[in-house]
Write a protein that binds this ligand. Structure first.
Ligand code: NAD
Length: 332
């Protein structure tokens, strides 16, 4: 099956491209980033450009008329940046996506899987989310993604267009063979902070130990990026064969969460990190900081029922793969 992946040079899109190839499919990548340095990318059909470029989309579809569906990963994803430059986020993630969908439908491609974010769930009222959980997107980034969900839903009712949304929290890890992984600089991530503290011999502080979670620390949802990619492969196969019917949630949207089901508390994460890396990191417990939230995790029940998907990579393996990938990118 030929599948167009927008944002296919990015962390998740590129891992999906490898997962599709491993499963015998043919990904075609569209990304505005220049060709990545990693030579393994050379094995893909790669188009550099903007998702809303009609001429480029026409070229791609004319060159690959067998493309059956699109996995839409292209987006700007920096929450802090989105608060400083909201127009950029609404234009890139929302307006350009609508333009792209419009062109693709005209070109005869009428199926799309959207990479959505679980960060739009309302973590002020709950921390365990199924597909019916109430959205409360709190940043321009999350809103740009949520508005796109709503708009695609309207388009699906008006035109010959089918779509559904995967929502997930934090991908972690890398492709298991280290062919691809995270290339950005997410300095604020929990894993990155732990790696920094270990390498600088600093103490690591866990802020907040009185939250309503199993051990009092805040809770997160990490799913291995290759597990996420495998879910996209399963979904693309079923969607392409018309054997997937995603039920509408209580807000009328076709959503499948890709969650770890139980989440991991910060204390648990730190302890897995220490044992996986045999680090002698010193951990201190401290009070909550202002602005901290309890966090949250998503279910994977529907993904299990519809796709037979369940996240299978251990957190320890994901952490070690992240570290191995980072040292492959910048060997010491
Ligand atoms: N990383 C996360 O924590 C996370 C969590 C949930 C959902 N998501 C969603 O998953 C998707 C992929 O995220 P990622 O982590 O791989 O991000 P990423 O930044 O690594 O990849 C995104 C890619 O999209 C490309 N892109 C952006 N705008 C474009 C445009 N107008 N035209 C062409 N290419 C464009 C970028 O060049 C980049 O390569 C996003 O849609 C994001 O909202 C990410």
């Amino acid at each position: 099956m030929k599948i167009l992946i927008t944002g296919g040079a990015g962390y998740i899109g590129n891992t999906i491209a490898f997962a599709l190839t491993d499963a015998g499919h043919h990904p075609v990548i569209l990304d505005e980033q220049p060709f990545q340095a990693d030579e393994t990318l050379a094995s893909f059909d790669y188009y550099q450009g903007d998702i809303a470029d009609k001429a480029l989309l026409t070229n791609i579809i004319q060159a690959h008329p067998e493309i059956l569906l699109v996995i839409h990963c292209a987006a700007k994803i920096d929450v802090a940046e989105s608060t400083l430059e909201p127009e950029l986020y609404y234009k890139n993630n929302f307006s350009k996506s609508i333009e792209m969908v419009n062109h693709l439908i005209d070109l005869g491609v009428n199926k799309l899987i959207l990479s959505g974010t679980a960060s739009l769930y309302n973590s002020e009222t709950a921390y365990s989310f199924d597909e019916n959980a109430t959205p409360n997107p709190t940043s321009p980034y999350a809103r740009s993604k949520y508005f796109l969900e709503l708009a695609l839903n309207d388009i699906s009712k008006a035109r010959d267009f089918q779509f559904f949304i995967f929502r997930y929290f934090n991908p972690i890890g890398s492709d298991k063979e280290l062919r691809t992984g995270f290339r950005g600089a997410n300095k604020s991530s929990l894993l990155n902070s732990l790696i920094q503290c270990t390498s600088l011999n600093n103490r690591f502080q866990i802020n907040g130990t009185d939250w309503d979670t199993r051990d009092g620390s805040t809770i997160r949802d990490f799913v291995d990026v290759r597990d996420l990619a495998d879910a996209h492969v399963l979904a693309a196969e079923a969607f392409g064969k018309n054997t997937l019917s995603v039920p509408l949630n209580t807000f009328g949207l076709p959503i499948i969460n890709l969650g770890s089901e139980q989440g991991v508390t910060v204390k648990e994460f730190v302890s897995v990190f220490i044992s996986a890396t045999t680090s002698d990191l010193v951990v201190e417990l401290a009070g909550r900081r202002s602005g901290d939230i309890i966090g949250g995790y998503a279910s994977s029940k529907l993904a299990r029922e519809l796709l037979g998907w369940t996240p299978s990579t251990s957190l320890e393996t994901s952490i070690l793969n992240s570290i191995r990938w980072a040292s492959k990118l910048s060997p010491v």
